[in-house]
Design a binder for this molecule. Structure first.
Ligand code: SR1
Ligand code: MG
Length: 397
């Protein structure tokens, strides 16, 4: 079957700053003054287009993976998925995603709200800047989007047709390869710096982790529980006090709820390990607080939204906790030795980066192997174990 993305590819034209500016000018009938390309992600073109009194973000999918080049073709349909996921998330968690003004199914362009007074949560976490109310918002977003798009709160027939709308095979294949497969093999896509050589070599012969990864990949492929964001790391959250927004859901599909929860917690573990290595005791405690706040807010909202007729709320939460720990482990490993890394660890000085990568590897194993986690304390303790936060001047070496 020919998809819309394939049928329309011949009329598709890549935007540049000038054509993005014209696009917005025609779309809204306004005079635009400045346009610039601001995208620094792995996948798309992103422009900011301004007029005298308003600015917009124009995001266009490229027919290949930007970070890898034209040799890695990629479906344009991800723009449709992203626009539809933002709409779905807005309907169940109002005000928690950027507003979408326009979607163009021929040019695979989304025009959306410019959150120019927000910052990227990952950057704030790296700098050690606290932003009030973000962790609560993230926990609430997770509960509302995951329960609100599942059979827990939707009529089964509605959930099934939504599942069909969000079939996203190519982007799922990227995750299946980059998260669950390549890090455990000698894969060409892996990026392994000096500080990760030992860890990468161990993973290539670690049968227990390979088994855990294969089992989690199977669950990722088969458990269509809810509409996931699909790439919910701290760089997918724009923040301002009391106003976190989840952006970039192009990897959205129906999958296991623990994947989104585990991703964000795994990424907080990077921030915690970073500040541990840097000896920032105060911000380390702040990151601990974010992680617990996300889980507590998430579980409180699950309890609040849960329908009285369903008698299995607590076992449901316990299962999500276990699944999340597994997925956090996979995220932690792949950001050390896989294609896409994280600033939290990559920007540490050489000696600390080596310690951090080793620590992340050890902790990921604690999460994936052994007894299933029995509480969030247990989860977070394993994810961050040994992350020193003694200020550097007080360390006995
Ligand atoms: C090549 S795409 C690499 C990663 O970037 C995205 O943000 C996803 O995390 C993906 O795995
Ligand atoms: Mg992204």
């Amino acid at each position: 079957m020919t998809t819309r993305a394939q049928r329309t590819a011949s009329s598709y034209t890549e935007l540049d700053a000038a054509s993005a500016s014209d696009y917005v000018s025609r779309l809204f009938g306004i005079e635009t003054t400045i346009a610039e390309e601001i995208g620094d992600g792995n996948m798309n073109l992103v422009f900011r287009v301004c007029s005298n009194d308003v600015s917009y973000i124009v995001k266009q999918a490229l027919p290949y993976l930007r970070v890898a080049g034209e040799g890695w073709p990629l479906t344009l349909d991800r723009a449709r998925i992203e626009a539809a996921a933002l709409a779905q998330h807005e309907s169940v968690a109002p005000g928690m995603v950027p507003k979408v003004h326009h979607f163009d199914p021929d040019q695979f362009v989304i025009v959306m709200e410019d959150l120019n007074t927000h910052t990227l949560w990952r950057q704030d976490l790296c700098k050690g800047t606290h932003v009030e109310g973000v962790a609560e918002g993230v926990g609430r977003f997770l509960a509302k989007t995951l329960l609100g798009t599942s059979d827990i709160l939707l009529p089964p027939s509605v959930r099934k047709s939504l599942t069909a709308e969000f079939v996203n095979p190519e982007l799922c294949a990227i995750t299946e390869e980059l998260v669950f497969t390549a890090p455990y093999q000698d894969a060409e896509s892996n990026i392994i710096d000096e500080a990760a050589q030992e860890l990468a070599a161990e993973l290539r012969s670690d049968r227990a982790m390979q088994l855990a990864a294969a089992q989690l990949r199977w669950q990722f492929r088969t458990r269509a529980e809810a509409l996931l964001h699909g790439d919910f790391h701290t760089g997918s959250v724009m923040v301002a006090p009391g106003d976190p927004r989840a952006m970039d859901p192009e990897f959205a599909f129906f999958g296991p709820m623990g994947f989104d929860v585990g991703n964000i917690i795994g990424n907080l573990a990077f921030a915690r390990i970073r500040h541990g290595e840097l000896g920032n005791a105060e911000f380390s405690a702040q990151v601990d607080n974010y992680a617990f706040t996300i889980w507590l807010t998430f579980s409180e909202w699950v309890r609040r939204l849960w329908p009285a007729k369903e008698p299995w709320r607590e076992p449901f939460l316990a299962q999500i906790l276990v699944d999340s720990a597994g997925y956090a482990s996979m995220e932690m490993i792949r950001r050390m030795v896989g294609l896409a890394h994280v600033l939290d660890i990559d920007t540490l000085p050489d000696d600390l980066r080596y310690k951090a990568r080793t620590r992340v590897g050890q902790n990921a194993r604690l999460l994936a192997l052994g007894k299933p986690v029995h509480s969030f304390e247990d989860f977070w303790e394993r994810a961050t174990q040994g992350a020193d936060s003694t200020p550097q001047e007080m360390r006995v070496t």
